[in-house]
Design a protein around this ligand. Structure first.
Ligand code: NDP
Ligand code: GUA
Length: 494
């Protein structure tokens, strides 16, 4: 198969859209120096955020804790009303949020709008969940007692979020915490803190008590977590990010026996069977691979294609990937934005080189793009050996790495041969085959004949070393609740 050439002219940012994002940033009242936030499309600084020291972080804990004591006693309906109001404000400011996300994180504006929809859905979902029954009733089997269960707020929650979904990862944690009756201290990623700062400001305008949700930005994340997770007022930590940092936080959490939710790394297998609809499989793979520029923990990492369809699939995917318009997120028509930083570009280069050296075929891409910013061409590698780094590690970028397989049993074994277990994907027009394979994949979620399975109503989370706990859905609320019971003695009266 010959190499498909990308169009390597980058789409430039639309100055009107950049001005829009910068107006929103200017309204955030940020300091003129501190931690620099840069535009990944140019590397240029766009803002500075406060570097809050340890004393400030512990003050934030104290303030949130005090506010949480009265919030925990509010009626569910009151919490729901405030969340509904926050949702309404997020929707009203959707365009401002989308421009800000695109500017600081780099994703195309259309995708940023999608993230705003996804992120605001969590707030609406938990506004609705806040008033759902939070306990149940049962008779003691031997008689003589009735048992009622209640769900109490778990207490002050520390929320640590990554840079790849600056709004959705914040709302997916803050909204269930508030719905459950908890206070929160949120530490956004330094690469993309602006959206969180804006969203929390909107929460306050919506009626969330100003002290209840504290945003702490700091240049020293490890010092922050070591001090804050040891503070006795903190009862919960929820983290989304790398497995390495997740392990560190789990160790810290064990000292204080904290409730934990961990959304960590992935190594998602995407399996295309001979009986798949070719176009549907290519479009689904494109979505699972290029969503967020490949920078998602559920991004398709190991693409397994059955031999009978593999040539047509590889060629079709390479044609589609090679035709993707790359450029600034705020450029008109951009479909793939920059990577988050230069380190990520260097990783893509090294992964591609390693795979080609080991015998993979480069079908398209494989090159850095542009002289400024952090761009890497959408890349397709075919016949990737299983021991290539690109097949063993989380890619987190726009490289589609295809391996070929013969049988269902073989591909299931290969797909499960990893310590990770977050997402998997199956493409087949046989519902029996698709469901049977999905049942045998060791992952927390499976996309069947589609590439973006996430939804506010779905319990997102992993098995194995991909994490603990679930976010979104009713299960996501339970992560912020402790179950209690009252055992009420009953005496017969006549
Ligand atoms: N599961 C997922 O969704 C994500 C996975 N990743 C994976 O991780 C790789 C590295 O990305 P990276 O951004 O460095 O991810 P990290 O896990 O380092 O960062 C995620 C968040 O954790 C914070 N953090 C880092 N170290 C600590 C610590 N010791 N205590 C408390 N908080 C901490 C970061 O803060 P700060 O910004 O201040 O460093 C950020 O807010 C990616 O290439 C990808 O493979 C990355 C992001 C999301
Ligand atoms: O990729 C991630 O970092 C987690 C969010 C992905 C999703 O919710 O779909």
């Amino acid at each position: 198969m010959s190499i498909i050439t990308n169009n390597d002219a980058l789409v430039g940012a639309d100055p009107t859209a950049v001005a829009h994002a910068d107006r929103v940033t200017a309204g955030l009242g940020l300091p003129i120096d501190g931690i620099e936030v840069a535009d990944p499309a140019t590397g240029e600084p766009i803002a500075h955020i406060e570097d809050i020291d340890l004393e400030g972080a512990l003050q934030a804990v104290a303030t949130a804790y005090e506010a949480g004591r009265s919030w925990a006693r509010t009626a569910p309906r009151q919490r729901a009303d405030v969340l509904h109001e926050w949702h309404a404000l997020l929707v009203a400011y959707a365009e401002d949020l989308a421009h800000l996300i695109s500017r600081e994180m780099g994703k195309p504006l259309a995708e940023a709008r999608g993230e705003v929809k996804y992120g605001t859905d969590f707030v609406r979902w938990y506004a609705e969940e806040a008033v759902r029954p939070a306990g149940n009733f049962r008779e003691a089997p031997d008689g003589g007692a009735s048992i009622i269960t209640r769900r109490a707020p778990v207490g002050l929650a520390v929320l640590i979020t990554p840079w790849n979904f600056p709004l959705a990862m914040a709302t997916r944690k803050i909204a269930p915490a508030l719905a459950a009756g908890c206070a929160a201290v949120i530490k956004p990623a330094n690469l993309t803190p602006l959206t969180t700062i804006f969203a929390v400001e909107l929460a306050r305008q919506a009626g969330v008590p100003a002290e209840l949700v504290q945003v702490v930005t700091t240049a020293n994340a490890s010092q922050f977590s070591e001090a804050v997770l040891r503070d006795e007022r903190v009862r919960k930590v929820s983290f989304t990010g790398s497995t390495e940092v997740g392990r560190t936080l789990l160790r810290l959490a064990s000292d204080s026996v904290l409730r934990t939710s961990m959304e960590l790394g992935g190594n998602a297998p995407l399996i295309v069977f001979d009986d798949a609809d070719l176009d549907r499989a290519i479009e689904g793979t494109l979505a699972a691979k290029l969503r967020n520029g490949g920078q998602s923990c559920i991004g398709a990492n190991r693409i397994y294609v059955q031999n009978g369809i593999a040539d047509a699939f590889a060629e079709g995917l390479a044609q589609r990937m090679g035709g993707v318009a790359v450029g600034a997120g705020l450029g008109t028509g951009t479909a793939l934005g920059p990577l988050i930083d230069d380190r990520a570009v260097r990783r893509m280069r090294a992964l591609t080189d390693d795979a080609v050296t080991r015998g993979a075929e480069l079908l398209t891409g494989g090159t850095e793009l542009g002289s400024v910013g952090h761009f890497f061409a959408p890349t397709v590698l075919d016949r990737v050996p299983a021991d290539a780094a690109v097949a063993c590690t989380e890619i987190f970028g726009p490289i589609a790495a295809i391996q070929r397989f013969d049988s269902e049993a073989e591909v299931v074994a290969r797909a499960n041969a990893t310590e990770f277990g977050l997402a998997g994907y199956v493409f087949s027009e046989s519902i029996d085959r698709a469901l049977n394979v999905a049942d045998r994949l060791e992952t927390g979620l499976v996309g069947i004949n589609q590439g973006v399975p996430s939804n506010a109503a779905a319990p997102f989370g992993g098995v194995k070393q991909s994490g603990l706990g679930r976010e979104g859905s009713a299960e996501g609320l339970e992560e912020y609740q402790s179950v209690r019971f009252y055992n009420i003695a009953r005496r017969e009266t006549h």
